[in-house]
Write a protein that binds this ligand. Structure first.
Ligand SMILES: *Cc1c(COP(=O)(O)O)cnc(C)c1O
Length: 405
């Protein structure tokens, strides 16, 4: 409607349908992620869904006392239980969690960070810049490839006002060769709080929510529960990476420190809305009930390759490509966790390979299919496609085949 009005006002009536079509393409829409990147930043990272009619909620009402409550309370308590912390709170994203923690606990004081952990996460999140914004003073420790316990101990002796040690997970890069690093467990004997930004949001390295053992591709990814147990006073992580929930940042750990974060004025600016809290609560309860299969990310991540291969074969058989191109073939593929986590890791997978680059036609569909193009071939990886969408792929591939006849 609005597009039509504008076209009339600008005397471009003939262009109205095209303008409307383009406007619609820019709107948020469900897409099929056939890239094999489980946490695709361009596609909203972890897939989440909530079914909820328009309703009020007890967001900030304590139903027991009838008085005003905290929106952090319910989900915070669940998250604390899930990662074995005294307390937890939620902000907009992990970048917000780092900013708030530094501002609340470190403003005007020193914060020690290893030179090997001065990370940049995609989208311009750089530790030294965030530090400056928070008002904390960066105290650099060690060298790019080697940081020792004595470097941290010296920082504590040399700086007369060190607020904390910040450990930052090298989520999206690795340092190899002549390296040395200090674990949280070694630092705990120093008399200063340790805050660990683990980023990726793996809750527990034992993955008790899965029916099998932890997948091998998780390798040495740090987990919230184990990092706290090894001596971190706070852990910070994303809600929409390996946690598999909505975009959020979680601060979990010592009650007094979480409370200081919650009381800081920035907490109000960074607070999550109720839709996010609903989705986060759903995800956290699934963890507590050990229902990993109800967390879409974990369901996709842990699907056996044989199952994906079977689906690929079925889709292939169902597509009538006739005798002409494009050819559709079921092939083994390699999926990746994505989302700036586990940069060197691949997950065995299965998918469909098409001759030529047909990614644009697939994207133009009513329900866009986002594929991967590699060396002139189009690849649809089934690890990131929900089985209910297989029919949609059959239709998409059938349409391509018909189009090329
Ligand atoms: C991803 C990441 C962040 C940023 O998290 P967002 O939720 O995207 O804001 C911060 N720190 C680390 C170590 C990360 O991996």
């Amino acid at each position: 409607m609005e597009v039509a009005r504008q076209a009339i006002a600008e005397q471009r009536v003939d262009q109205a349908p095209e303008l409307a079509r383009r406007r619609k393409r820019r709107m948020l829409a469900p897409v099929i992620n056939a890239t094999g990147v489980l946490l695709h930043t361009n596609l909203g990272r972890a897939p989440v869904g909530i079914e909820l009619a328009a309703t009020y909620s007890n967001l900030e009402l304590d139903l027991e006392s009838g008085r005003r409550g905290s929106r952090q309370r319910a989900v915070g308590d669940l998250l604390a239980t899930a990662c074995g912390a005294e307390a937890a709170m939620v902000v907009n994203n992990c970048a917000g969690a780092v900013l708030l923690t530094l501002a609340a606990l470190g403003a005007g004081r020193g914060v020690a960070v290893s030179r090997g952990e001065m990370v940049e996460i995609g989208g311009g999140f750089r530790i030294p810049d965030v530090m400056r914004q928070s008002g904390a003073r960066l105290v650099e420790v060690g060298t790019t490839n080697r940081s020792r316990f004595s470097d941290y101990a010296d920082a504590l002796t040399d700086d007369d006002d060190l607020a904390m040690i910040l450990k930052v997970h090298r989520s999206n890069y690795e340092i190899v060769g002549f390296t040395e690093d200090v674990d949280v467990s070694d630092l705990r004997e120093l008399d200063v709080p340790i805050v660990a930004d683990i980023g990726s949001g793996l809750l527990d390295s034992g993955c008790p929510w899965l029916s099998g053992p932890p997948p091998p591709w998780l390798a040495d990814e740090p987990a919230a529960r184990q990092t706290l147990r090894s001596g971190a006073d706070l852990v910070l992580f994303s809600g929409d990476k390996l946690f598999g929930g909505p975009q959020a940042g979680i601060i979990a750990g010592r009650l007094d420190l979480v409370e200081r974060c919650a009381r800081h004025p920035l907490a109000r600016a960074l607070r999550p809305g109720d839709l996010v809290l609903w989705a986060l609560q759903l995800t956290t309860v699934a963890y507590l009930d050990r229902r990993g299969a109800d967390i879409p990310f974990w369901k996709m991540a842990s699907t056996p390759v044989a199952e994906l291969a079977e689906r690929a074969a079925k889709i292939c058989a169902a597509v009538d490509t006739g005798t002409v191109a494009p050819t559709v073939e079921a092939v083994p593929t390699e999926a990746v966790p994505g989302g700036g986590t586990l940069p060197t890791v691949t997950i065995p997978s299965y998918g469909l390979q098409l001759g030529g680059d047909v990614s644009e036609q697939l994207r133009e569909r009513e329900r866009p299919v986002v594929a991967r193009v590699d060396q002139g071939l189009t690849l649809l990886d089934l690890r990131t496609v929900a089985p209910v969408d297989d029919d949609e792929l059959v239709d998409a591939l059938g349409t391509l085949a018909a189009g090329s006849r």
